[in-house]
Design a protein around this ligand. Structure first.
Ligand SMILES: *Cc1c(COP(=O)(O)O)cnc(C)c1O
Length: 219
């Protein structure tokens, strides 16, 4: 894999208004720096400790995205620097992020993860729960977290029409939720296997790992 060539390839392929998050979980600092030297600045991790270590070791103009499931007791480690939390799935988690963001005198941007896939294993909440969070008094009172959009993962399948259906559902959900809160603009959907469909369905944030860095051995 030539990582910097891949970054350049995707930069040409992806419309300029779409953010490319290079998913660097399990990758070394050297691999990340190869992407960095090609101009890539947004990186996604799914483990808070790994992300924190990389934040400490690597250039400070990197924007770190937490794309994995978040354990509340670890929010404090990422609160000083995380740029976007993709997988918020409860008011309880949002409250913890609010508390830790306040300590750091920051506003932390978040996405609500909506469950769009069939699989039992996929995290996320349904649309009603999302509306409830957005309209809740406690979220409204928070000054250090801002929900700026939605994230979703499609079913892992070869059935393109199924993936398209799930992504379109998420896009429509964002439109609906914008009636409740117009500051929701980010639609984080699309991974290496399905990013083309995601773009066609209106994604404006892709999370690409293996198509940039090569196949992972685990995770
Ligand atoms: C690992 C991961 C990705 C990237 O997956 P690839 O198939 O390697 O592109 C995207 N999103 C989430 C939430 C992930 O955990």
């Amino acid at each position: 894999m030539n990582i910097s060539e891949n970054i350049n390839k995707f930069r040409k392929l992806i419309p300029p208004e779409v953010t490319l998050v290079a998913v660097s979980k399990t990758r070394s600092g050297e691999e990340i720096m190869e992407a960095y030297s090609a101009g890539q600045r947004s990186f996604g991790e799914n483990k808070i400790q790994e992300m924190t270590q990389k934040w400490e070791d690597l250039p400070k103009d990197i924007e770190w995205h937490m794309i994995g499931h978040v354990q509340r007791n670890k929010v404090k480690y990422m609160a000083p620097f995380v740029s976007l939390v993709h997988a918020v799935d409860s008011l309880k988690l949002l409250k913890e992020i609010e508390k830790e963001a306040a300590k750091n005198d920051r506003v932390i941007n978040c996405l609500l993860q909506i469950k769009i896939a069939e699989e039992e294993s996929k995290y996320g909440i349904n649309v009603d729960e999302a509306i409830k969070i957005i309209n809740s008094e406690s979220y409204r009172a928070m000054e250090h977290v801002k929900i700026i959009g939605l994230m979703g993962m499609a079913t892992l399948t070869d059935d393109e029409s199924k993936i398209r259906k799930e992504f379109s559902f998420l896009k429509n959900t964002l439109q609906d939720l914008r009636n409740e809160d117009a500051s929701l603009t980010v639609l984080s959907m699309g991974m290496s296997g399905d990013f083309e469909i995601a773009l066609e369905c209106g994604s404006n944030m892709l999370r690409l790992g293996s198509s940039i860095f090569g196949e992972r051995n685990f995770n």
